[in-house]
Design a protein around this ligand. Structure first.
Ligand code: AMP
Length: 394
């Protein structure tokens, strides 16, 4: 008997019910794509009327670690997926024994922990930034001396959007950096600082029948550690883009991925690529695919977990995706009611997506705009002319 969580011959046909652990925007866009294909959706999320719950057939309102609620999800769904990676281990175990979770638990276990993730990427034959496991302030000092400054100390679990990180700029910072991050009660990892030219990402999909396809490479610009723009095609040499796609495909195959895997990388001036992080789910840097590719990342994820043939990920048009955070909602809503003659920038079509979140807190991801455009420069002109991101673009 195979120890795999998936069955290469099992297909979940349209009409079946997809259960989504997590009711945020990723689940919402997954449900919108999957419902168009004829699937039904049930989501589990603690917030009533969650972004996904608003568009799903049904929401179970309960904590993510609530095992009884997970059992209810398992009863209702023919296949289960998740939209965040910190899924509780007991819940995963229950879902796997009582329902069908083709993505399994191994990839979650790997990507929930930076050290395990780095080892798995290296085992797949792909490069990561040089790193060291840190168990004490003395080990940290020795590693900082070895790597030189700056270097980056990170917690192995729980960090996101730059949280749980300390950029060490001199040896003097070692005691405080160690003391602060070790409060997180998880292993620590020190990484050499990569003086990257660009941050890029590739999303690949793999299905139980063994098909693998990668989406075009996105060039990502962060502001305050939060993704601001994805520019596609990424502005890099064709050979580099092809290599980045190959790396993502290799990771998808070697890590036995089912569904999507987002691979974030650093690209140096010399064309070197280092993988920084993996996310086993739809990813913010793949939102551009919704209008700009023949198949969106969300449709592709549904196809992959249901074991349908994968769709063509080819790019239809250059695109820039810009995130809408809490502070951008008001100006966006003022912009959206204006006529074309008041707002048009020639050669740009703006497609607005909003996630249905009640509270527009600063820094919270509320939506995004896909700018279908002839060039990244034209999209930048649109962004400036709209005035929506005026404080973020300087
Ligand atoms: P992460 O949480 O690992 O995605 O890191 C957040 C951001 O910090 C990345 O998007 C980079 O901009 C920066 N960063 C993280 N690790 C490194 C590194 N080893 N070298 C340079 N920059 C880094």
């Amino acid at each position: 008997m195979s120890s795999k969580a998936y069955d290469a011959s099992k297909v979940i046909a349209p009409g079946g019910t997809i259960g989504v652990l997590g009711g945020g925007q990723l689940g919402r866009m997954l449900a919108l794509a999957g419902r168009a294909m004829g699937y039904r959706f049930v989501t589990l999320d603690p917030t009533p009327d969650s972004p996904c719950g608003q568009v799903a057939d049904r929401q179970i309102t309960a904590a993510y670690h609530d095992v009884d609620a997970a059992r209810q999800l398992a009863d209702l769904a023919d296949v289960i997926t998740y939209e965040f990676e910190n899924v509780d281990a007991d819940v995963t175990k229950l879902l796997m024994s009582e329902s069908y979770v083709p993505q399994g638990s191994q990839l979650l276990y790997t990507t929930q922990h930076r050290l395990r993730e780095k080892r798995a990427i290296e085992a797949a034959g792909v490069k990561v930034a040089p790193y060291a496991e840190i168990g004490s302030a003395e080990e940290l000092r020795a590693a900082v001396e070895r790597f030189g400054t700056p270097c980056v100390l990170k917690t192995a679990t729980g960090g996101y959007d730059g949280k749980g990180q300390w950029v060490i700029r001199s040896l003097d910072e070692v005691p405080e950096a160690y003391e602060t991050l070790s409060r997180a009660k998880t292993e620590l990892v020190l990484e050499q600082f990569i003086h990257f030219d660009k941050e890029i990402s590739v999303i690949a999909a793999r299905s139980p029948r063994g098909e693998v396809k990668a989406f075009p490479v996105a060039e990502n610009v962060h502001v305050n550690n939060i993704l601001h723009l994805s520019i596609v095609p990424a502005r890099a040499a064709d050979a580099v883009l092809a290599e980045a796609e190959r790396m993502a495909v290799r990771i998808a195959e070697e890590l036995d991925v089912i569904g999507l895997i987002a691979v974030e990388m650093f690209l140096t001036k010399d064309g070197e690529l280092y993988v920084n992080e993996l996310a086993p789910r739809p990813h913010n840097s793949g939102h551009y695919t919704m209008e700009a590719c023949k198949t969106s990342q969300f449709e592709q994820h549904v196809r992959a977990i249901c074991n349908l043939p994968l769709g063509d990920p080819a790019l239809l048009t250059p695109v820039v995706m810009v995130n809408v955070l809490g502070e951008h909602v008001e100006p966006l809503l003022e912009w959206i009611v204006k006529t074309e003659s008041e707002t048009a920038v020639e050669g740009v079509t703006a497609k607005v997506h909003l996630y249905g979140k009640a509270e527009a807190k600063t820094g919270r991801k509320m939506g995004h705009v896909n700018l279908l455009t002839g060039s990244a420069e034209t999209a930048m002109r649109w962004i400036t002319a709209s005035n929506i991101w005026e404080t973020k673009n300087r």
